[in-house]
Write a protein that binds this ligand. Structure first.
Ligand SMILES: Nc1nc2c(ncn2[C@@H]2O[C@H](COP(=O)(O)OP(=O)(O)O)[C@@H](O)[C@H]2O)c(=O)[nH]1
Ligand SMILES: Nc1ncnc2c1ncn2[C@@H]1O[C@H](COP(=O)(O)OP(=O)(O)O)[C@@H](O)[C@H]1O
Length: 209
């Protein structure tokens, strides 16, 4: 199903709310480019650059990466794809980032995933990730075909260092203080789909498995 015009969307929500899962499904269905801030950061960390090491220490403490670093990283990617449709997952996470995004390009729609914190804690402790592709699995919700292995490459899955209960608590706190204000910003400036229900969306008849 291809789109007939350039379309730009942001998917936001607390850590573990399903942004990556929903974004992969939407981008596959509509042929959009999926830009995930977390995957971009982890690729930098994997490259073992000095900046990557600093990023890892922030992420492992459950803190956000500073706005200037983050905006430079993501916005340069967006400028390089100025003729394509995309879906941005995990950026912006602060009002400063949202303003920087608006200064760079126009966003057509914002989808917010609204999931209770208690549910998130359960999901993140049973999340398994294929780090190089960003594919995620869950022991209960969408297990891999072979336990512990990625469906596409057969490579081992890992649990992220920042998915420990203690770091998840810090990440949820950072979400409340720094990211929730972004919803208020978007409700005033954009079309905000605020009660997007990922489960209903996944069950709709046109939605591929
Ligand atoms: N039970 C349940 N689990 C989900 C759902 N969506 C995603 N998950 C799982 O929850 C975890 C977090 O999802 P992910 O897409 O990585 O969230 P993100 O951190 O917001 O990008 C993963 O293990 C997913 O497989 C859902 O609708 N229901
Ligand atoms: N836009 C952003 N601004 C600041 N830090 C970010 C941003 N996106 C990702 N990060 C950092 O990377 C970590 C992992 O992000 P992500 O993979 O999107 O995970 P999740 O949504 O599961 O928290 C975040 O906890 C944060 O430290």
């Amino acid at each position: 199903m291809a789109l007939h015009r350039i379309f730009r969307a942001v998917v936001t929500g607390p850590p573990g709310s399903g942004k990556g899962t929903v974004s992969s499904r939407i981008t596959k269905t509509f042929g959009l480019k999926h830009i995930s801030s977390g995957d971009i950061l982890r690729a930098n960390i994997n490259a073992r650059t000095e900046l990557g090491l600093l990023m890892k220490s922030c992420i492992d403490q459950g803190q956000l990466i500073p706005d200037d670093v983050m905006s430079r990283l993501i916005l340069s990617d967006l400028r390089a794809t100025d003729q394509s449709s995309w879906l941005l997952d995990g950026f912006p996470r602060t009002v400063t980032q949202a303003e920087a995004l608006d200064d760079t390009c126009s966003v057509d729609t914002v989808i917010n995933l609204n999931v209770p914190f208690q549910t998130i804690k359960q999901r993140l402790t049973s999340r398994w990730t294929h780090l190089s592709s960003g594919r995620v699995y869950n022991i209960d919700f969408n297990p891999p075909k072979v336990p512990g292995l990625d469906d596409v490459t057969g490579e081992p899955l890992v649990q992220r260092d920042d998915d420990t209960p203690e770091t998840v608590t810090h990440r949820l706190k950072a979400y409340e203080t720094q990211t929730e204000p972004v919803l208020e910003y978007y409700s005033q400036t954009h079309t905000l789909h605020s009660n997007f229900d990922p489960v209903l969306f996944a069950q709709s008849s046109w939605f591929p498995a």
